[in-house]
Write a protein that binds this ligand. Structure first.
Ligand code: SAH
Length: 224
């Protein structure tokens, strides 16, 4: 209890969220093997507390996912950093995210790359994320409400694609919208356990690599 009160006090004095982020980066990311400098810098810059419900802001830098309403969650900081690192992003990249949720992962990506396109199926979440991202001046993030199953053809191909909800199979359209040399990371449901799968496209062929066991909310489909 005392620790929580202390955290609330720290959050009230805004400049101290910097030190909370530094601690998060050191203990949760660097200590667990995240090395990519661009990822670490982005994670220390994005104000995670802006992306969680007001009553949970004091837990924003904790080592865990948090509920964001509508049965959805903002991922644990380590998982956000891990997925970002695996995408091997470069500054001119164009990235597609399926599952905007709170908008936090999109903001982390947008600190690194030129443009981020993100799709959210739950309208109020997508609208909320869009307004937070606008308030924080992320002009290089483009939000859309809809079913990400079909990707976002208009801006394809993408250098990297990230899905932050778990499908049983990766939608075919997303492989098609991945650029030559592109990387895609997806928490795929394989026989009762989800694994992060990394796909790379070379000479128009897809290679896959199984990474961590994870737990994400399900990938849903809009009703026709
Ligand atoms: N990246 C988010 C995590 C959100 S949780 C963050 O940083 O906060 C996953 C999100 O995927 C949920 O908001 C869920 O509504 C959304 N989602 C699930 N299926 C989807 C689909 N078919 N298209 C778009 N979004 C989807």
């Amino acid at each position: 209890m005392f620790v929580y009160l202390l955290k609330i006090l720290l959050l009230l004095t805004l400049q101290n969220t910097d030190s909370m982020r530094t601690e998060m980066v050191n203990t949760q990311l660097i200590n667990r093997g995240i090395k990519c400098e661009l990822t670490l810098k982005a994670m220390s810059q994005v104000e995670r507390h802006q992306f969680v419900p007001y009553n949970l802001q004091s837990f924003a830098y904790d080592d865990r996912p948090l509920p964001i309403g509508f049965n959805q969650t903002i991922s644990q900081p380590y998982i956000v950093a891990y997925m970002t690192e695996q995408l091997q992003l470069k500054k001119d990249d164009k990235v597609l995210e399926i599952g905007t949720g709170s908008g936090y992962q999109a903001a982390v990506l947008a600190e690194i790359v030129k443009n981020v396109y993100t799709i959210e199926i739950v309208k109020p979440l997508g609208l909320q994320a869009d307004s937070v991202l606008k308030m924080l001046d992320y002009e290089n993030i483009h939000c859309k409400i809809g079913d990400g199953y079909h990707g976002w053809l208009k801006h394809a191909p993408y250098d990297a694609i990230i899905i932050t909800a778990s499908p049983e199979e990766v939608p075919k359209a997303l492989f098609e919208q991945l650029a030559e040399g592109g990387r895609m990371i997806v928490p795929v449901e394989l026989t009762h356990q989800q694994y992060l799968m990394l796909y790379t496209k070379k000479n128009n062929k897809i290679r896959s690599k199984k990474l961590l066991a994870v737990r994400f909310v399900p990938f849903t489909r809009s009703k026709k």
